[in-house]
Each structure stands twice: as C-alpha cells, then as structure tokens.
Design a protein around this ligand. Structure first.
Ligand SMILES: [Zn+2]
Ligand SMILES: [Zn+2]
Length: 193
C-alpha cells in the first residue's frame, strides 16, 4: 500500500470514529439526531437512518418485527402516581401489545421488572390522559421521584434504555453514588430540550 493510500484509509477511520454511530441496518453514518427501531422480540433498540427506518417498519418481511420508535417527549404534571401502590423512585412503565403493563426499575444489574395491576394502571391513566395515547412497546411512562427529583414523562423507549445503561455504568456503592445522581439530574434536565 502506498503512503497516500494508507493515509486515506487512516483518514477514513478517523472520520468514521468522529461521526455518530452508523445505521445498524445499512451502515450509513448517522446524524446525532436519527430514528430508532425497536426489535420487539429482543427488546432491542437499533439506530437507523431515515430510509431504513421507514423501509423496515413497512416491509412485509419485517412486519411486526420492527417498530418505529416515536420521538415525542411530554412532561406530565400533577401529583405523584400513588395509584400504583408502590414507592416509585426511578422507574418506567411499558404497555405490551397484549395490554399488560410492565414496571421496570433500573438497577446496577440492568432493569428488574414486574407486572402492574391493571386496575391501578387504569386509575392512573384516568388522571394522566396523555398516557391513554401511549403506544405499546415503543413508548414509556418514565418517573423519577427520588433524591430531590420530581419528574414524570411520556418518552420514547430508547430514552429509557439510555437511562438503564447510565445506571448500570455509573452505579457505585449501596445507593448509586453522587456522580450517578448528578448525571441522572442532567439526563432529565436535557429531556425537555
Ligand atoms: Zn440505514
Ligand atoms: Zn441511536
């Protein structure tokens, strides 16, 4: 390989590293603000370019396999969700296609989850009408009532996955550590921007 050919390869690598992650379906470099697909069976979020996002969501072959993750983020107001009958802390709630609602609690080992009582969920959505429009699997009700935070949001599911990853990476000691909670504070501050 000539020096200039080598330089080109190196430059390309550097450029690739500087760019945001590639589309996980076709490899195209992605802008920071890009679409996401949920691979439902694996509960995995894939970064996707606009073309792949539309193609895979609509294609017959991938039907039901991939769901386009919406982008809306809505801050909800009102009293804490006491209907759920449990201290919420940091949690998110996802309605599955069969109607069951799963509560997920991010922890240092991932997210522990359990099924929410259906009637309690219905009482809750009576008070938060935005949650009645929450799409199954690809949107979530995200709550943080802990450590001075008082946040309730309707968010896309990839936001929750980012939060789970943050907790797993940063958790130290018995209660997470100051650095983790500072980063979670920033995470919520940036949700609205
Ligand atoms: Zn693509
Ligand atoms: Zn992405």
């Amino acid at each position: 390989m000539t020096d200039s050919a080598l330089a080109r390869v190196v430059n390309r690598r550097v450029a690739r590293r500087r760019a945001a992650e590639p589309c996980e379906l076709c490899g195209e470099p992605l802008p920071a603000d890009h679409a996401h697909l949920l691979e439902e069976r694996k509960d995995q979020v894939l970064c996707a370019c606009r073309a792949c996002a539309l193609l895979f969501e609509r294609s017959e072959a991938a039907l039901g396999k991939f769901r386009l993750v919406p982008s809306r983020r809505i801050r909800l107001t009102g009293p804490p969700p006491s209907e759920l009958g449990v201290p919420v802390g940091l949690a998110f709630f996802v309605r599955k296609a069969d109607g069951a609602v799963l509560a997920h609690y991010p922890s240092p080992v991932g997210a522990t989850r359990w099924e929410v009582d259906g009637e309690a969920w219905e009482r809750l959505t009576g008070r938060y009408p935005e949650l009645q429009t929450m799409e199954s699997s690809v949107e979530a009700f995200l709550v943080a009532i802990v450590r001075g935070l008082d946040e309730r949001w309707l968010v896309p599911i990839d936001v929750c996955h980012r939060l789970v990853a943050l907790v797993r990476e940063e958790w130290t000691g018995m209660s997470g550590g100051q650095r983790l909670w500072d980063r979670i504070g920033t995470f919520f501050a940036e949700l609205g921007t």
